[in-house]
Design a protein around this ligand. Sequence first.
Ligand SMILES: [Zn+2]
Length: 283
Amino acid sequence: MQIGKYKLSFIESGNFRLDGGAMFGIIPKPLWQKTNPPDEVNRIKLSTCHLILQSDSKKIIIDTGMGNKWDEKMKNIYAIDENTSMNFALGKIGLEPDDITDVLLTHLHFDHTGGSTVKVNGKLQPAFPNAKYYVQKQNFEWAMNPSDRDKGSYIQENFFPLFEEGVLNFINGNEQFDDEIDFIVINGHTFGQQMVKISDGNNTFLFCSDLMPFVSHIPLPYIMGYDLQPLVTLEEKKKYLKIALDENWKLFFGHDPEIAFATVKKFGEGYTVDKKLRSFDEI
Ligand SMILES: [Zn+2]
């Protein structure tokens, strides 16, 4: 898929599991378990999915997944699948970590920036050695000083070494990265999360990140229990789902194990999924 100067690809770097009730907030289990079946301890499967954008001069990745710095206890809690990895996923499209020039981080939760650093001989260093990393300044500041409620999601070894190395670049608000790429700030899930919009005027993709991790989060009340400001998430969903409908945006879901993209349609006062697409070949 070509958008302006960029060729877009889709990769999946791994999967893990989180509590199904936490993933769907107030929604009763008989409803969410139809689309996201739980295991014996009520966990549902999440993928870590990424868009890769390649031009003549840049190779960009959005988010870096869970990474491989987990101990056995955490691997068991989150059912982290070690059979998949970022290097393997990149290899499938002919890339290596050294090739990546820019890493766009939507936010610094461990499932979005865990793969940003690696431990080599006991020392933490950037996993993409030739890349500049980008995150909202507001999210970095929150990540360095989170609340007691969400501090388990911000693990400093996943992002502070980037700052120390001088490769972490701060974005302030809704900035344009270049002709095709825009950052859109949202604050319901955490403070200073950024979605990534990629458009050439004809086709528009929105990397929704944790505004809607699964396609099953499109209906308005389907909001994660993890969100710090769920009513803000609700307003953000109303705003961006309306634009997605009016302008026929393709939404990219960062955690859906089955669906890569979807378009939306009106359903009563809210929205529902229209077309589900598993790959760029189906567009
Ligand atoms: Zn998150």
